[in-house]
Design a protein around this ligand. Structure first.
Ligand code: ZN
Length: 481
């Protein structure tokens, strides 16, 4: 029996307008090399100037993740040669990082509505500030590599965890919780598809019961939760097999990459040690001193975080942990939910329509935005509650609202979707159905339970789905008795 040991290194781009050591824009999607200057291009004679906002955001992340924020930290040079790094060194923090000794409590086992909640505390060893590198572009079918330095010098935090995770599921749960905190605190926009949140993982295996760690293998540049989950699962299996056939020493310390197509990890290079980078303090940047008067307001300025919000949703809205977890996992969604409830809609109905209808539509559209105004959704739910339209019609109206951006009342009027709740009108429809289905009416009188289902179906059909089903059933039973 084996145990898997997982640690993570997460890089998150900070939400600053300008780069960390110059005033170039950090905007994503500009023309290649538009956001560059002599400083971030590493030209001789230039000097870096630290962006205060980057320090503030990094310290804010540290505070939200229960770290101690160091009053003195320092920048170092990490030396290596690669074309995406114009200076041939990266400015980062080595032995005096900005934040240390934090943790994040995660919950697993609630990816299903009836899952049991289990809490684990994952240690965060450090959070340090550094600059991002540029991007290499390899155009398909050509023998050239293009360089885009727009990203060079964009501020990053690197968050390093303790090796506290024991399964790919825990690693993904940690990442989701972390992402949500960075979004809540507005430290990073965490757009994994744009590379503003990236993750390196390290994994080792050991025999159950042993306390020494096995040989650590790193997997670089994983860009989605699904990829991380699959890569960790595949690498765990590979190491267990290797351990069984060649013993623990046959697992080599190395850096691997994930081959998505073949569904396995492949060797990239042997692991470089820290001595290979020849770290030394950057002589161009003085140490960073943080004043106590800066740190206090920061602690008070942390907003309600996902975990606290979730507990409040459980208490205030009568939701189950699964629903509360989904709604609070995304700050904008939690806010939207509270807006809908604020219009006086039943809190459980609101959760149902958002989680099971609206999110499905949003997912199909592949969008981040919530496609319907909160006021319109509240209005729709109220109309269903009042029996003006049926639940099923409600789903069609919602779809129409997404497409046309119109208010539900307008769609119901235009399409003539109002539910028929007028007893006289319903009786007319029911009499018509009964006169065409005398056999079924006889069967009902003889006690056939099936007959009523059949007749209700006919009534719904005759009214083109608009009959108020509860009222129609009462009237049908009256007419048959
Ligand atoms: Zn620049």
């Amino acid at each position: 029996m084996f145990e898997t040991v997982i640690g993570l290194e997460i890089h998150a781009e900070l939400n600053t307008k300008s780069k960390i050591f110059c005033s170039c824009s950090t905007r994503f999607g500009n023309r290649p090399n538009e956001n560059t200057c002599p400083v971030c291009m590493g030209l001789p004679g230039t000097l870096p100037v630290l962006n205060k906002e980057a320090v503030r955001l990094a310290a804010r992340a540290g505070t939200a993740l229960h770290c101690s924020v160091n009053r003195v930290s320092r920048f170092d040079r990490k030396n290596y040669f690669y074309p995406d790094l114009p200076k041939a060194y990266q400015i980062t923090q080595y032995d005096l990082p900005l934040c240390e000794f934090g943790y994040l409590d995660i919950e697993t086992g609630q990816d299903r509505p009836n899952g049991t909640r289990r809490t684990h505390r994952i240690g965060i060893s450090r959070i340090h500030l550094e600059e991002d590198a540029g991007k290499l572009i390899h155009p398909e079918g050509e023998t050239v590599t293009l360089l885009d330095y727009n990203r060079a010098g964009v501020p990053l935090i690197e968050i390093v965890t303790e090796p506290d995770m024991r399964s790919p599921e825990e690693a993904v749960a940690f990442l989701k919780a972390l992402k949500s905190i960075l979004e809540y605190t507005e430290v990073s926009d965490c757009r994994m598809e744009q590379g503003s949140l990236r993750c390196d993982v390290n994994l080792s295996v050991r025999e159950m019961g042993k306390t020494d760690f096995g040989t650590k293998v790193e997997i670089k540049n994983l860009n989605s939760f699904r990829e991380i989950q699959r890569a960790l699962a595949a690498e765990g299996e590979r190491q267990k097999k290797q351990y069984c056939s060649g013993g623990p020493d046959s697992i080599l310390p190395e850096t691997r990459r994930w081959d998505n197509g073949r569904g396995r990890t492949v060797t990239m290079r042997s692991k470089e040690g820290n001595q290979d980078y020849r770290y030394f303090p950057d002589p161009d940047l003085p140490p960073v001193f943080l004043d106590r008067s800066l740190l206090c307001p920061m602690r008070n300025g942390i907003p309600e975080l996902p975990e606290q919000k979730k507990e409040r949703f459980l208490r205030e809205y009568g939701l189950n942990p699964y629903e509360a977890g989904l709604l609070t996992g995304e700050k904008a969604l939690a806010g939207y939910y509270e807006e809908v409830v604020g219009f006086g809609v039943d809190s459980r109905e609101a959760a149902h329509w958002i989680l099971y209808e609206l999110l499905r539509i949003r997912k199909e559209a592949g969008n981040r935005e919530i496609p319907v105004k909160s006021r319109y959704l509240a209005d729709l739910i109220q109309k269903i509650g009042e029996g003006r339209i049926s639940r099923n019609t409600g789903k069609d109206v919602l779809m129409e609202m997404v497409v046309t951006r119109k208010a539900p009342g307008e769609i119901i009027r235009e399409k003539g979707l109002s539910q028929i709740s007028d007893p006289a009108e319903l009786q007319k429809i029911i009499r018509g159905v009964l006169s065409r289905n005398t056999d079924a009416a006889q069967d009902y009188k003889k006690g056939s339970a099936k007959a009523i289902g059949f007749l209700m179906g006919q009534i719904m059909k005759a009214s083109r789905g608009k009959a108020n089903p509860n009222l129609a059933r009462v009237l049908l039973e009256e007419l048959l008795s």
